[in-house]
Write a protein that binds this ligand. Structure first.
Ligand SMILES: [Cu+2]
Length: 680
């Protein structure tokens, strides 16, 4: 069973634990002794099951259980044991009709266990990883406060409960279950009342103090930088990202590819003929396709006509100099209406990439501010003319719930002569993964995220999972029968390649939903890595979760990294030349496509299982619920780089931080949120 499923199961068991303890407490209060006894037994059993689920999760990684092991379970163990010891001895004889089985003390003790179970669950859901002393203090205080308040309600003003009768329902037994076991022997009457009041007041005061201390601890400032085990900031003179710009000339033999991209609102007609209000580059969605040959200089003049909040151009997966990276507030200011920004960079990397706005990108990209970037190799591999091959760049984008493959031009059928080499360049421009099936032919995954794989084998009848922001280049020779590119198992909406003069144009595509998923960590042939992957000069762990955290200065139910939201997540400091390792752990129930700007990372392992296929270099890798990924890269592109979830709403809700090279500074505010509202 996957760790993700164990996380879900553990949540369910935690919920059941809470429910059974509350059931036991409430039935006890209602004097339904048989039910209460059954409830108590069930609560204990479910709690033991919880111990098992937590133990199994602990085996998957400390990150998954830290708050449960350090706080949730110990709290529940103490309260639950107390509840059994206080309520059990009266409930057992009541089963045979001896006594009514209930005591105020028992009710308070069992309900306190219920509060402890609930508190543990709430800490997991609202706080997650890592547990802090502040959170622990606040939580324990709240559970104790709940116990005290329950005691007040259960036995008002120190009198025995009406109708309870007998010494076993005296205030003393109640007190015995709360703060001070010695109270069980407290004499009744005025002295007992005042002493209990005294304990109530002092207990209350202690709790308020502890809770206050907890809140105070939560607001302690934390470091703004983590070093991953490497050296801290040096005092050497800084270079500004504003000076980390691309060259002005192409490589020898290259040309300059000039484009003007004007960001503007436009009405765009989808293939379904539906019209949508889009945000576009040059009135089209996707924006102009930018292509180049290796060594060319790409020069793009971005203008903003009427996107009020501002726009930028970020070159996704392309390791441009940092000043060209298009992150508002970090590498430049957002481009406001009437303004412009000129990007220049050398097309040194071959492959399939894309560009998009990085300003309020969770809105802008969804509405259409994106386009494709394809760089062809300069060498002789392009001997075939365009007429002799089919090379399709196919961004997959969802507009108002409709998935569009390859842009809005509406062509869902293309022709190809049998035998023609075909390359399909798939780009996921959405915030969620897509499932890709190529039906009707065997094929190879030639490249992932623009980087060629080593000896990719031929596959067929497999599903490919394409992460948000990710790219696959699929290659095959056109057969003499139709080929269908099916996205998310929607056979109706498939893109079809039809053989010139071929028969059976309408060949049916079978059900694709049951096809197994190709595991890229076991695809292709291994090759040497360009650096020693066993070594790391710096190692950063990012635990992804949900929780209450500050995001852009406001409290939110955020998507967090190590319990914090942007921009309060410490910067990761690296030095030029470092081998850097990331451990990315997903504790949450959602997939997080992790994306580092300015570098591609080499995938080392997933859930502790090393990658055994081709070296797999990615700029965006899907970390699914419960997964742990180890990746590494060499820090050779100085700058301040965003390191974030490419589910763009997640990034907007906090899941974003910076990787900062020692000595690099920014004059633009230092945070995408700081420059101009929500900058990401
Ligand atoms: Cu995410």
């Amino acid at each position: 069973m996957t760790t993700g499923l164990w996380i879900v199961l553990d949540h369910i068991v935690a919920l059941l634990t809470t429910a059974t303890w509350f059931t036991a407490g409430v039935t006890l209060a209602l004097r339904r002794t048989r039910l209460a006894l059954a409830g108590l037994v069930a609560a204990v059993l479910v709690t033991l099951v919880r111990v098992v689920t937590v133990a199994i999760l602990a085996g998957r990684g400390w990150w998954f259980v830290q708050e449960k092991v350090l706080l949730g379970l110990p709290m529940l163990a103490v309260a639950g044991t107390g509840a059994v010891l206080v309520a059990g001895p009266r409930l057992l004889p009541a089963r045979h009709g001896r006594g009514d089985g209930t005591s105020a003390g028992g009710v308070v003790a069992v309900l306190t266990a219920a509060y402890a179970a609930l508190a543990g669950l709430v800490v997991t859901v609202l706080v997650g990883y890592p547990l802090t002393a502040g959170t622990a203090l606040i939580t324990i205080s709240l559970v104790c406060a709940g116990a005290l308040l329950t005691a007040r309600v259960a036995v008002p003003s120190g009198r025995a409960q009406p109708g309870s009768g007998g010494g076993e329902h005296s205030p003393s037994s109640l007190a015995g279950s709360t703060a001070d076991a010695g109270m069980a022997q407290a004499p009744e009457g005025r002295h007992g009342i005042s002493r209990r009041r005294f304990i109530g007041w002092t207990g209350g005061a202690a709790m308020v103090t502890a809770a206050g201390a907890g809140v105070g601890l939560s607001f302690l400032p934390t470091g703004s930088v983590t070093t991953g085990g490497g050296a801290g900031r040096s005092s050497r003179a800084g270079v500004s990202v504003a000076d980390l710009r691309g060259p002005g000339e192409p490589a020898p033999g290259g040309t300059v590819r000039r484009h003007v991209l004007t960001a503007t609102k436009a009405t765009v007609r989808l293939p379904s003929r539906r019209e949508i209000d889009a945000w576009t580059y040059n009135g089209k969605v996707p924006g102009p396709a930018i292509t180049a040959t290796q060594g060319d200089l790409i020069e793009v003049r971005l203008r903003n006509a009427d996107i009020e909040g501002g726009v930028t151009l970020h070159w996704h997966g392309y390791d441009v100099p940092c000043g060209e990276d298009g992150v508002p507030g970090v590498t430049q200011m957002a481009v406001r209406p009437g303004e412009e920004f000129v990007h220049r960079f050398r097309a040194d990397q071959v492959g399939t990439y894309w560009y998009h706005t990085h300003h309020a990108s969770h809105i802008g990209v969804r509405k259409g501010l994106y386009g494709t970037l394809v760089v062809h190799p300069r060498d002789g591999q392009r001997a075939q003319t365009a007429a002799e091959r089919v090379d399709l760049t196919l961004p997959v984008h969802t507009f108002d719930g409709t998935v569009v493959i390859g842009g809005s031009d509406g062509r869902t059928e293309r022709a190809a002569s049998p035998g023609t080499p075909v390359r399909l360049r798939l780009i996921n421009t959405d915030s969620y993964p897509h499932r890709i099936v190529l039906a009707g032919t065997a094929f190879r995954v030639a490249a992932v995220d623009g980087r060629d794989l080593n000896q990719p084998g031929e596959v067929s009848d497999v599903g490919l999972r394409l992460s948000a922001g990710g790219r696959y280049d699929l290659v095959f020779a056109m057969p003499d029968t139709p080929v269908a590119l099916v996205v998310d198992d929607d056979r109706e909406g498939a893109l079809r390649l039809l053989p010139h003069g071929g028969a059976n144009r309408d060949a049916r595509v079978g059900d694709t939903s049951a096809l197994p998923e190709l595991d890229l960590l076991r695809y292709g042939v291994p090759a040497a890595a360009p650096f020693d992957t066993r070594k790391a000069d710096r190692h950063f762990t990012m635990v992804l979760d949900r929780g209450v955290a500050m995001v852009d200065g406001r409290p939110a139910y955020a998507h967090t990294v190590n319990g914090r939201g942007h921009p309060s997540i410490p910067d990761q400091l690296v030095a030029h030349g470092d081998i850097v390792r990331f451990t990315v752990v997903n504790r949450s129930l959602e997939t997080h496509p992790w994306h580092l700007h300015g570098h591609s990372v080499l995938i080392l392992s997933r859930d502790g299982t090393p990658s055994t296929g081709s070296p797999l270099w990615m700029d965006t890798f899907d970390v699914r619920p419960g997964e742990t990924w180890e990746v590494a890269f060499r820090a050779t592109n100085p700058g301040i780089w965003m390191n974030h979830c490419h589910n763009l709403p997640h990034a907007h809700q906090g899941m974003m931080l910076r990787l900062r090279y020692d000595g690099v500074t920014t004059p633009f505010g230092g945070s995408p949120g700081a420059a101009s509202g929500h900058g990401h």
